[in-house]
Design a protein around this ligand. Structure first.
Ligand SMILES: Nc1ncnc2c1ncn2[C@@H]1O[C@H](COP(=O)(O)OP(=O)(O)OP(=O)(O)O)[C@@H](O)[C@H]1O
Ligand SMILES: [Mg+2]
Length: 337
């Protein structure tokens, strides 16, 4: 049996009447990447804060690297790298100073702090900007520096809360490559994301949460297979035909069609490969509905999310302003106290 690096058993957290986490169970095997996928307000950050000892659960147990997140919190803070959802670097210091300061929190000697800061700057291609004040950095550079801060302590387990949210596509891909290199070196990673393609690309296993509850888990392929085969996608020539087309395409596979009005598209589960396309085309033709495009495709994680939650991953509920509730004084690596 491979040993779990992160174990979460029945963790529950309430904020007043709001049940942010509802008996969540999960495990991350050492050396693997778990993608915690969920829309706004799903409970991702709440779980991250519990795992990184910043917040206490109301019920349940969580262990990271064998340490209990409550009982062994002080020891654990030095074991985990955390990069939060919002960059936690100091604007009025340079990139290098920020990293050396994190080294100080680890009680590293001055030469060792210098060495590690340079190494991290190099890996994140920030060397050229290292001696500039962070307030002159772009959003992507801050994100990279924040991630870098979580690496100074060379943690075996890294927890990244939406590491690429708000980044442009090129920077996101850079960061993915960097994360992949860390994982290849043996780092265990828990990563939260709202981006299905990010979970698809980086995660060995995916846990989907919505409203504080685990609603699905498995590899990205297993989740896609839960949808039962391929999807038929038809783009009609005229908006006016959308609802009629959806009616005609019902029953080609298990499950109901969904209509995307902005794209003039009907998507429906389909059984039986090419034959389904012919049957669908014939039905639409017989009804006098002109089509622009018709194709079978494998479901994406986005389809899985839509099928599981009834809403797309992009349209989460906005977070209301919330009061911070922080347990303990200092944070571990990755951010400044
Ligand atoms: N300190 C707090 N006080 C009160 N309510 C909170 C607090 N932190 C989180 N919540 C609530 O708990 C729920 C889960 O929030 P959480 O921040 O964990 O979601 P999330 O999945 O990280 O969302 P996002 O993708 O927007 O970051 C939300 O309903 C949120 O409003
Ligand atoms: Mg969050």
């Amino acid at each position: 049996m491979p040993t779990p690096m992160i174990e979460v058993e029945s963790v529950t957290k309430r904020f007043g009447a709001n049940l942010a986490l509802d008996h969540v169970d999960l495990e991350v095997t050492t050396g693997t990447v778990l993608g915690l996928l969920g829309p706004n307000g799903a409970g991702k950050t709440t779980l991250v804060r519990i795992l990184t000892t910043l917040l206490h659960a109301d019920e349940g147990v969580a262990r990271v690297a064998g340490y209990d997140v409550v009982r062994d919190a002080v020891a654990l803070r030095f074991m985990i790298g955390l990069a939060g959802q919002y960059a936690a670097v100091d604007e009025l210091l340079t990139g290098r100073e920020n990293l050396e300061l994190v080294g100080l929190l680890y009680h590293l000697s001055k030469p060792e702090r210098r060495r590690r800061a340079s190494e991290v700057l190099e890996r994140l291609t920030l060397t050229d900007a290292a001696d500039r004040l962070v307030k002159t950095y772009s959003g992507g550079m801050r994100r990279r520096l924040d991630l870098g801060a979580s690496l100074v302590g060379r943690p075996k387990v890294l927890i990244l809360d939406e590491p690429t949210t708000g980044l442009d596509p090129a920077t996101r891909i850079d960061l993915w490559q960097f994360i992949e290199a860390l994982v290849a070196d043996g780092t265990t990673l828990l990563l939260t994301t709202q981006y299905l393609e990010e979970a698809d690309r980086l995660a060995d296993r995916i846990v989907v949460i919505d409203h504080g509850r685990v609603i699905a888990e498995g590899t990205s392929n297993q989740l896609k297979n839960q949808l039962g085969g391929d999807l038929l996608e038809v783009t009609v020539a005229s908006h006016d035909d959308l609802d009629r087309a959806a009616g005609l395409l019902t029953g080609l596979g298990a499950g109901l069609p969904t209509v995307d009005r902005s794209r003039r598209r009907v998507t429906t589960p389909a059984e039986g490969k090419a034959k389904t396309v012919i049957v669908a085309a014939e039905r639409l033709d017989a009804a006098g509905i002109a089509i622009d495009d018709i194709a079978l495709r494998r479901p994406s994680l986005d389809d899985v999310f839509l099928a599981l939650t009834g809403h797309s991953a992009a349209e989460g509920v906005p977070d209301p302003a919330v009061d911070e509730e922080i347990v303990g004084a200092g944070r571990g690596q990755g951010s400044r106290p």
